[in-house]
Design a protein. Sequence first.
Length: 349
Amino acid sequence: MTDERKSQILLIYTGGTIGMKKDPSDHTLKPFDFSQILKEVPELTKFAMKLDSFTFDPLIDSSDVEPGLWQQLAVLIKNRYNDYDGFVILHGTDTMAYSASALSFMLEGLSKPVIFTGSQLPIGEPRTDGKENLVSSVEIAAAKLRDGSPMVPEVCIFFDSKLLRGNRSTKDNATGFNAFRSPNLPPLAEAGIEIRYNQSLIIRPDRKAELSIHNELDTRVAILKVHPGITQQVVSDTLLGSGSRAVIIETYGSGNAISRPWFVETVKEADRRGKILLNVTQCPQGDVNMELYATGKALKNAGVLSGGDVTTESALAKLFFLMGASSDNQWVKSQLEESLRGEISKQLL
Ligand code: ASP
């Protein structure tokens, strides 16, 4: 049983399909204002809790999300932290996994729920998934343990009846209502007749933890997705380009890439030039193990670090955060293989 009587929730509206309407002039979906969302979901008024809202201006399609939005979200949550029991962020689905991953790193010492949600169909549509997503997210943000502490003091995504750890999530369905998955971690909760929490997976902060925000982000990260036929020029442009401090190498299977000497030599050269190189598998499920095949071992020997079972979204956000925190690449590397916010299964490394 949870005690929701005194809960106060801040609903933060950034944009996304959930609050969009068809513009008759060109038939594209454009955002509309928050009061209309509430009009569409009278169910929210049935909860015995105080619900406030904050609307971003301008509202955006999440394809336009920049780290600046994450910084604004972090500051907003920090400034309102003592006034609320939990936060629900309405956000477009396209980059929700990036934003949830980023916020998980930027909010250190979080002891309250920050739940991202959205929808595949606008909330005004008869078959919308937005209502259920929004109502359940608010309920989860307000849920408490018997001792009065928040049920889920983490940054999460709630979608299609599932509560997922934000930095484990990925959008893997462009059209279905089950848009998100956390392939390497079971849901933290599932909503049926009642909401069932998977208590053993939920990370509980140290009681004395205080929220601090990390708003310095270094975004100089490139992503190299290996594929058959990739040219030497493309590999060297991406690995050695002067614009990046780190490169995520998206590899095959358990962390394998091309074994040809030109590829391995380019990776070694990138390492010599001081780049931070992180191996993330292209497979949604499973993890990197560079000891398994000679092609993986060659990467390890060339200075590439294992991303374990991290998602690309989370790896990117973690690099932004770590590189923003320090100019010392050795320190960044030492943190990459650590689980800082439950983003990797440590035992798999
Ligand atoms: N393009 C939209 C967005 O990410 C899609 C959505 O919300 O589902 O903002």
